[in-house]
Design a protein around this ligand. Structure first.
Ligand code: LLP
Length: 437
């Protein structure tokens, strides 16, 4: 993150707080969120898109809470002027309890329950993103019971699937999200929503993937959605004036990826949308984006304590040092699940030992419980050292589990030499309290 450095003793310091102090006072493993970094990124996305679309109808940025959400994060995002994308009742509950203004919340999800829809409508969320034909009826019926008009967006699928540097322009449609443009479901959904007196159509939504570095995917997706917008205008006489292109901007987990700045992304995407709209004779709609990873990811590191260090002989001169830490796949499943490529560093001190490639593993009963597959570390790394894994702010805590009855870590925020708890560490008592049989 932006405020990482070494202190006089050689310990890593983040937000002006040394990891040694964090380990002593907060324990390990702990997610350390650099509040300044998180909020600077959030505001950078907000400003970049607002500026790029200022000549048109403007742009909103919604933070995608699935990347990481807690009350404090909801308050930061609110104060910094972003909206919030939630996709379950649980995320909605965290946001509402934090006092997040409901009209700036979007509710997503491919399988919303009646109760989730009811709570969202009662709270007055800004929009419900409808994901299927049956959901149109479901939302309309609940809106009728509450005697309200539900503001809805329709999530359409463009056949574009983007991931890192590649995107497929004709991804197979055999997946659970959205209303297909190709099959005609998207157009049918628009007709049905326009015909309902309980639903107000607030635009179209498309999300093409995550950890994307190539705006080419957004170009093809925008063209397909805007083609649909033109057809809706021509055949139904209705103007779609809001377009949400989802999230997906990539972050640097290792040196292989160089993400664009928010300004570059916003400028590039604005250019694409302007060109497409011009060709189709459409006004540039008001746009929205939903970055999660690109805001939360780089703001956070996971601080682990080192336990067992084992030198495994692999025959001949070959060997591998396995460095076990006090967490693992229960607090970061991304290495095991997606073959994600994290890096790490010895955080509690600097060492003069020659670095060698080691493997950092967790404490779970599974050989796939790898945190960092290959990383250079000084060979004197030992029990009691602290290891930091950067860029763990997105989809690590939010995907955390209690595998092997391991309590989930604490999440703390650091800023200006102070730290405070955002989410307290789970205790064994918390785990035992659930076991009531
Ligand atoms: N909007 C929608 C509708 C989404 O489905 C997602 C992510 C986002 C926004 C935010 O995408 P982001 O900017 O964070 O890439 N667990 C996976 C990522 C799943 C993403 C799901 N949807 C991972 O750890 O890589």
């Amino acid at each position: 993150s932006s405020t990482c450095r070494r202190d006089a003793e050689g310990a890593l310091e983040v937000g002006g707080v040394s990891v040694t102090r964090i380990a002593e006072e907060a324990g390990t493993p702990t997610f350390v969120v650099d509040e300044t970094d998180f909020r600077e990124r959030a505001r950078a996305f907000r400003d970049a898109f607002a500026t790029a679309f200022a000549p048109h109808a403007g742009a909103d940025v919604y933070y995608a809470g699935k990347a990481f959400l807690c009350g404090a994060v909801a308050r930061w995002v609110q104060e910094d002027g972003l909206g919030l994308d939630v996709c379950t009742g649980g995320e909605l509950a965290i946001a509402l309890r934090a006092g997040f203004p409901a009209e700036r919340i979007a509710l997503h999800g491919n399988n919303k329950s009646d109760s989730e829809i009811r709570r969202a409508l009662e709270a007055g969320v800004g929009r419900i993103v409808i994901d299927s034909l049956p959901e149109i009826e479901q939302v309309a019926e609940i809106a009728g019971q509450l005697d309200v008009t539900a503001p809805v967006m329709l999530r359409v699928t463009t056949g574009v699937e983007a991931h890192t540097h590649e995107f497929i322009a004709t991804a197979h449609e055999d997946q659970k999200f959205g209303l297909s443009i190709t099959s005609g479901d998207a157009f049918t959904a628009v007709q049905q929503v326009l015909a309902s007196d309980r639903l107000a159509l607030h635009g179209l939504h498309s999300h093409i993937g995550s950890q994307i570095f190539d705006v080419g995917g957004f170009e093809v997706a925008a063209r397909r959605v805007l083609d649909l917008v033109a057809r809706i205008r021509a055949e139904l006489g209705h103007t779609i004036d809001h377009l949400d292109l989802g999230g997906g901007f990539g972050v640097m987990y290792n040196t292989q990826h160089t993400p664009s700045t928010p300004e570059q992304l916003a400028g590039g995407i604005a250019g694409i949308i302007e060109k497409e709209c011009h060709e189709l004779g459409l006004e540039v709609p008001h746009v929205a984006f939903e970055p999660g990873r690109a805001i939360a990811g780089p703001s956070t590191l996971t601080l682990y304590g080192v336990g067992t260090v084992k030198d495994v002989r692999l025959g001949g001169p070959h060997h591998r040092l396995y460095v076990s830490v006090d967490g693992g796949m229960s607090d970061n499943v991304r290495t095991a699940l997606y073959d994600a490529d994290y890096s790490c560093l010895l955080a509690s001190r600097v060492s003069d030992e020659a670095p060698e490639v080691v493997r950092v593993v967790g404490k779970h009963c599974e050989s796939g419980d790898i945190v960092v597959k290959d990383e250079y570390m000084p060979l004197d790394v030992q029990r009691g050292d602290l290891v930091a894994v950067p860029v763990t702010g997105a989809y690590c805590y939010s995907l955390a589990s209690n595998y092997n009855h391991v309590p989930r870590p604490a999440v703390i925020a650091v800023k200006d030499g102070q730290w405070r708890t955002l989410v307290r560490r789970e205790s064994e008592d918390d785990l035992l309290a659930l076991d009531v049989g």
